[in-house]
Design a protein around this ligand. Sequence first.
Ligand SMILES: *[C@@H]1O[C@H](CO)[C@@H](O)[C@H](O)[C@H]1NC(C)=O
Ligand SMILES: *[C@@H]1O[C@H](CO)[C@@H](O)[C@H](O)[C@H]1NC(C)=O
Ligand SMILES: *[C@@H]1O[C@H](CO)[C@@H](O)[C@H](O)[C@H]1NC(C)=O
Ligand SMILES: *[C@@H]1O[C@H](CO)[C@@H](O)[C@H](O)[C@H]1NC(C)=O
Ligand SMILES: [Zn+2]
Length: 451
Amino acid sequence: MLWISRLLLLLSLTFGHLGAPAQAQVQAQARYDHTRIYQVELASAEHVQLFQALELASDSCSFMGHARVPGQKLTIMVTSHKVADFDDLLQSYNVSHRVLNHDFQALIDANYREVAPKGTPPDQFDWRRYFQLDSIYAWLEHLAKQRPEVVTLVDLGSSTQGLPIKGVRIAFGGENLTSVFVESGIHAREWIAPATATYFIEQLLNSKDAAVQALARSQNWLIFPTVNPDGYRYTFKGDRMWRKNRSLFGICRGVDLNRNFPFHWNVTGASGDPCRYDYSGPSAGSEVETQRLVQFLKDHVQSERIKTFISLHSYSQLIMFPYGHTPERVENYEDLKEIGQLAAQRIKEKSGRIYRSGSIYETIYPSSGGSKDWIHGLLQVPITFSYELRGPPDSEDLFILSAEEIEPTASEAFAALQTILEEAGKRGYYQSEAATTDQTPSSSSSSSNSI
Ligand SMILES: *[C@@H]1O[C@H](CO)[C@@H](O)[C@H](O)[C@H]1NC(C)=O
Ligand SMILES: *[C@@H]1O[C@H](CO)[C@@H](O)[C@H](O)[C@H]1NC(C)=O
Ligand SMILES: *[C@@H]1O[C@H](CO)[C@@H](O)[C@H](O)[C@H]1NC(C)=O
Ligand SMILES: *[C@@H]1O[C@H](CO)[C@@H](O)[C@H](O)[C@H]1NC(C)=O
Ligand SMILES: [Zn+2]
């Protein structure tokens, strides 16, 4: 076997140094024909160990989360040539399960048909279809041209593959306002996230609702729909299920940018293996895209008075706040918990959808190196929330949300954002600088919690 590893090393060195092939080639596209989505229920510690071992051993099973505790339900994508083995394993160990989907490619094909054609003019941008990176950027540029007094194009700098990381600053001109920063699309396959971010922009600029107009003018806004442009572009031409960035490490590519932020980096819920979906990278903050965000936020957190940070992900219907790397509570835990619950309540009233709220650690699973933890823990941005948008935790579609769900998903997320800002405002988080020299305003309920 030694010669194989030598060969792989040689290949990786070769490709590693040459980077992308110089001439544009027709790119092979990943296919998921007869790939199945299973939901398994881990009944015992033995089951937990079984699936932990399986995740390490098999490249043919993609886990959505990791096996951790008995009683847990786990979603696993199994490629077609492994479904017989996998099914046999379930029988052998008496694992109760459901098949959520028998042919994932059919879903992906349908999803690609819901993408607006390349070159769709920016005045035809909408929330009934998905848009490619170029179209999103063209739309942002169009807005900046149309409304120069309100919208400014902001470029965080280029990604490794040379794409800009574009967003907008929206400011109606109020004096000394605090700012809201929206980070979206850090995970490439979560297409609903950029679609929701652009919906936020649209609402802030064009809503006829007086409450929304007042909200839009009560803050300045920094909104970046696709902070992982290379990954997002790759989901259209290479692999719809791509999550990470596109850097090459030996035989595998990609760092999970949301495990790469330099704050309690790589302590839990992150992998040291580049072939895994949650690879934390060779070192804290190693990735260009991470560095762009870190630098911009460091440079602007004071000057723009960024008090609110929202990141958009899918799926599972959660509204989460820090921390992810520890069960310890942030200093304003009680405020964030109340605000999160009110936001979830707002969604339930609006659309009937159930979103759960809590800290990342409590709500989803332990993870480290996420942008939220860094923003809150290091830059001390007090109001920090991360959404997992539709579908529900037992979704049959995973990240492949049909386009007819864009508008309802984005509008419930926007309603929740309104609640977050209103409630944080009531609790004094956006008072002018003169009034609040402390990072966190005093809050009746937060006294006993310390980080
Ligand atoms: C298989 O699991 C079910 C519950 O999931 C249990 O009722 C049953 O006794 C188990 N059978 C065996 C042979 O362990
Ligand atoms: C804005 O800040 C400046 C400088 O701190 C201050 O002089 C001014 O009164 C503030 N304006 C408002 C509307 O708070
Ligand atoms: C991803 O990670 C690599 C390795 O750290 C980094 O060099 C690269 O800039 C990142 N981005 C892309 C698009 O490869
Ligand atoms: C990150 O953590 C994993 C798991 O504990 C470990 O195997 C890996 O070596 C760590 N990475 C680095 C660069 O320290
Ligand atoms: Zn995500």
